[in-house]
Design a protein around this ligand. Structure first.
Ligand code: UT7
Length: 346
């Protein structure tokens, strides 16, 4: 029944000629400094063998320059994006930044980005959805395009995880890296674009993956700092299990209601948290790994940046009309799957 209503709504949408949002460019940025598993071996009690076999990560990029923050990585990604799409900063209407590491708690990072790139006619805001930050931001940006009022929306996923990682905690410091990826959303002129999505956020996992202090529940004090509560805390096993289940289910649901099989889908683009999660999800869905974008070995988990960094890396292989399913899972828990058709040949 639900499926019928969904298809009817899609049909009406087409009939009424409603605007569809499409990605018209993508670019990424990772800082120069590379933190290898070998270097981590000198910092905590770990080994390249453990990290590689348990996570698939070999190295991650870290922003080391003093005075630089999340917005600076986002700006680098956006500058490349504006150049390759021939877009003037003053033509941007809106910037949405998915991040859990804003430059400051307020003002938001999107604001700072607009200032730094010269987007003088734009407004913006941050989306805090942990590792689902890019997916949730993309959905939000698409609604603005679909309204007909917005023509150029920047959607950025950017995180400087090194600023909230405890480099004495071997269970988390080996996982994360820094980076940013950005896409430009415009009204589709090819018929391709964002087709459907199933997004979720239920709060059931908020104790498993969390920064415990610094918010209104536990404002910063000398005690919270001494107790190292301003760093990422993660209980990995329950997060792992929920990630596999959440991503698999939402991808399955979105494929079902769009009549897609794994053969029809050109690329699965999952959030990069752990190579074992990626293979479990791909196996459960019947996707061969050749159809799954994987770059976790080079960047680790860059939180909101992993999906746009994948799109950036694979951009020259993406053909107009290719069917992509993006999927993410993160703290909260937040998760979901987005189906889109690629709108351009590079
Ligand atoms: O991006 C948002 C979503 N996040 C995720 O999806 C992450 C999900 N979780 C995971 O990826 C995995 O749970 C981890 C990679 C974080 C951990 O892997 P695990 O297989 O669940 O290991 P574990 O935490 O159960 O630890 C197994 C053992 C423990 O030792 P004992 O108690 O068995 O003696 C840990 O102390 O491995 C030990 N350990 C390590 N050993 C060497 C934990 N971290 C390390 C380390 N090096 N870095």
């Amino acid at each position: 029944m639900v499926h019928f209503f969904y298809l009817a709504a899609q049909f009406l949408r087409r009939l009424m000629g409603l605007v569809k949002a499409s990605i018209t460019g993508v670019h990424g940025y990772t800082p120069d400094y590379i933190l290898t598993n070998k270097e981590l071996e000198t910092m905590v009690d770990t080994s390249d063998e453990w990290i590689s076999s348990r996570t698939g990560i070999k190295e991650r990029h870290i922003l080391k320059e003093k005075g630089k923050a999340t917005s600076d990585m986002a700006v680098e990604a956006i500058k490349g994006l504006l150049q390759k799409t021939n877009t003037r900063p003053e033509d941007i209407d809106l910037t949405i930044c998915g991040t859990v590491t804003p430059d400051t708690v307020f003002p938001d990072t999107a604001n700072t980005i607009n200032h730094k790139i010269g987007a003088s006619n734009a407004w913006g805001f941050d989306v805090n959805a942990a590792c689902s930050g890019f997916l949730f931001s993309l959905s939000t940006g698409a609604r603005f395009i679909e309204s007909g009022r917005y023509k150029k929306v920047l959607v950025v996923g950017a995180d400087m995880m090194s600023s909230i990682v405890n480099y004495e905690d071997r269970s988390t410091c080996i996982l994360f890296g820094d980076g940013a990826g950005a896409v430009l959303l415009e009204p589709s002129n090819t018929g391709f674009g964002l087709e459907d999505e199933i997004l979720r956020g239920d709060g059931t996992g908020r104790d498993y993956l969390v920064m415990r202090a610094g918010g209104s529940l536990n404002p910063p004090t000398a005690e919270t700092v001494a107790d190292r509560e301003h760093f990422v805390y993660q209980d990995g096993k329950p997060v792992f299990k929920a990630a596999v289940k959440g991503m698999t289910q939402t991808v399955q649901q979105v494929m079902e209601r769009n009549n897609l099989t794994s053969e029809d889908v050109t690329w699965l683009v999952p959030h990069q948290a752990n190579y074992r999660i990626l293979t479990s999800v791909a196996d459960a869905l019947g996707f061969p790994m050749e159809k799954v974008m994987v770059n976790i070995h080079k960047y680790g988990n860059t939180t909101a940046a992993t999906i746009p960094l994948c799109l950036w890396e694979w951009e020259n292989q993406l053909k107009k009309g290719a069917k992509l399913i993006l999927t993410a899972f993160g703290g909260g828990f937040t998760w979901g799957a987005t189906y889109l058709t690629w709108a351009y040949d590079q």
